[in-house]
Design a protein around this ligand. Structure first.
Ligand SMILES: [Zn+2]
Length: 216
């Protein structure tokens, strides 16, 4: 006869393995339209430079297990439209962030608890739904165009209403904004690089770990 203590220990272990399975990173259980896809499947020629897959970001830590941009298929197709539009001007997109797990959002909020720049994980970011993208412009050779600030510059210089910039930089920001708006994205007033799919509310908050989707 097992002791009550041993029985409790076994029950806790079983419960924990069930939770681990449920959060095992599989896309099963997530409605099909809310699942994320690798954007390279939709836009093979887009430059992907995920900043949180390196330590060169405001946290100083590697937070993603691979340099891959995941978005809902709907959002990825819209991004493809923006890329096509830019190609007509011998330009293209370079993406810095796409889908972001909710667990990473919590790390960001602990470092920058300022809703102008980081979404409160209690509500979740549109990045957590795979419906937001951080992007800049590149020329036909893949060189970044001059923009108002670097990525994740948490200052008023990154705002769309910052007009105190050289003419060429204002033009570059406008070209990016126009291409994204035309493709179905909404700009964020405080960050020139951030764009939300205008249908973001139709998709679910996700917390799939990069560790799991990177293997797919
Ligand atoms: Zn963003």
């Amino acid at each position: 006869m097992k002791s009550p203590f041993l029985r409790l220990a076994v029950s806790v272990t079983v419960l924990l393995s069930c939770i681990t399975l449920a959060w095992g990173g599989s896309l099963e259980g997530i409605p099909k339209h809310s699942r994320v896809v690798d954007v390279k499947q939709v836009i093979p020629d887009m430059i992907v430079a995920m900043q949180y897959a390196t330590a060169d970001n405001f946290t100083g830590k590697v937070l993603y297990d691979c340099n891959r941009c995941f978005l809902t298929e709907t959002t990825a197709r819209k991004l493809g439209k923006a890329q096509m539009e830019l190609k007509k001007q011998q330009l293209g997109l370079k993406v810095w962030d796409c889908y972001r797990p909710l667990s990473v959002q919590k790390i960001f909020w602990s470092l920058v608890p300022d809703p102008r720049y980081v979404a409160d994980p209690a509500k979740g970011s549109r990045h957590n739904r795979g419906t937001a993208v951080d992007a800049t412009l590149v020329d036909a050779q893949g060189n970044e165009l001059l923009m108002p600030t670097r990525f994740d510059d948490f200052s008023s210089r990154a705002s769309h209403d910052n007009m105190d910039l050289p003419a060429q930089i204002l033009k570059n920001r406008e070209v990016l904004e126009n291409a994204m708006k035309k493709a179905g994205f909404l700009p964020l007033p405080t960050e020139w690089w951030h764009f939300d799919d205008d249908e973001w509310q139709s998709f679910e908050l996700l917390d799939i770990r990069f560790n799991d989707i990177c293997r797919d």
